[in-house]
Design a protein around this ligand. Sequence first.
Ligand code: FE2
Length: 255
Amino acid sequence: MNTKQTKTHLDRRDFLKLGLLTTAAAITASCSLHAADSPTDSSSTPASNLPVKYVAKKFDNLLGGAIKGLSDNQLKAHFTLYENYVKAINSTEEKVRKFDINSGDKGAYRELQLAQTFSLGGAVLHELYFGNLGATDKEPKGTLKKMVDRDWGSVSNFIGHLKLNGLAMRGWSLAAYNFRTGKIGVYGLDQHHEMVPNMVYPILALDVYEHAYMIDYSIDRGKYIDAFVLNLNWRPVEERLERALGINFGPIATA
Ligand SMILES: [Fe+2]
């Protein structure tokens, strides 16, 4: 974090003057789940008003023994599941846009909304997860290392929280930059669309759904999580954090 940003974020009086951040801003921050490792180019305004389609990313670089402890069978099955989420978010967003609002069918609309958030989470979170596998950078560095040490005492303590979180939750163990506190937080999700935190920017994703490890580890989630940590690539985590720090959501709330 640069000095200017730190100073701006830590000014509580300015934050209080601003009052609560708007709902719109909160929604935008939640959408950062999408922007963190976007399947499409979301960095520029679309040239037309036609719907932007999500495109499934390829993670073939993880195959062929690149990930110690995760077989090709396990990874390929997981890729297929992720690709189905990408298909689902494309079709569901289309259905929402075309929904006949004059029908007044709240039940049908609710189902669509649930499906939309679920499939969006399924697509984006898997991209974050596959994107931070690969063990190119085996240790956190720079700003990331400093912030982890500051916020969690040590990297090993931070990893310990991620691991326990992974054992405790049913879907995801995430680390995310919190725009309100200016710290890196650890968050657990029971499903792609359940317990999704607001005003945070995810920087690290650990999938703990059974489908992520059943082929290789049966019901031994602990061993799978150990393998994940050994194969964690800190470089994209660092890049996501830098991206989050570049987003100005206003001053941080400090006590
Ligand atoms: Fe998964």
